[in-house]
Design a protein around this ligand. Structure first.
Ligand SMILES: [Zn+2]
Length: 191
């Protein structure tokens, strides 16, 4: 894991993103952007975070990243480095309904209330992996089995079909070291 994505690292703001930093982007932010991209797996739609995750009720939620030693959601950092500062007190909402996604084209500022309301309307509860995008919920046992199968050389595509999830999801599982992270592996992301 953690293979850098040079072609992206070299690129300017992704398509569909109106960057507000302009030429004023600082070296700090640019460095943070490159670090962020080293933990991203780009799919045709979402950019999946492959680093450490925040967890809620034992399940991964948002990616965990750092800017100037301050810990923050990877999606928030992505918004900051690609688009601009986050207005005070606002959450960063996912138009794709996929919390691990850090594609700035899918991110926009909104209120916390709006964020929770959106999630409830979609899932009936707050959930990091909804049914959209073919992301059926997988139990820890499923994830363990998938990892074991992958280690034995099973094809991601075959596992995706068997478990009713996207291949990107399987690939994501293959890359994230531990599904249930109870203690932040901060050093890895902060490096
Ligand atoms: Zn997305």
């Amino acid at each position: 894991m953690n293979t850098p994505i040079p072609e992206l690292a070299e690129s300017a703001a992704p398509q569909g993103v109106q960057a507000r930093w302009g030429s004023a982007v600082s070296p700090d932010l640019e460095a943070a952007r490159l670090r962020l991209l080293a933990y991203v797996e780009v799919t045709p739609t979402c950019w999946l975070w492959t680093g450490t995750f925040y967890t809620q009720f034992g399940k991964p939620t948002y990616g965990q990243a750092y800017l100037n030693r301050k810990r923050m959601g990877a999606h928030r950092l992505s918004y900051i480095v690609h688009v601009g500062p986050i207005p005070d007190g606002l959450d960063i909402l996912h138009s794709c309904d996929n919390p691990p996604c850090v594609n700035p084209a899918h991110l926009s500022p909104g209120t916390h209330r709006q964020n929770i309301a959106d999630a409830r309307a979609r899932h009936g509860e707050w959930s990091p992996y909804g049914e959209k995008h073919g992301r059926a919920r997988l139990s820890q046992a499923d994830v363990d089995t998938i990892r074991a199968e992958l280690a034995k050389g099973a094809y991601q595509r075959v596992l995706a079909e068997r478990y009713g999830v996207t291949q990107a999801h399987i690939s994501h599982i293959a890359k994230v070291k531990r599904w249930n992270v109870t203690r932040p592996e901060s050093a890895e992301v902060a490096a």
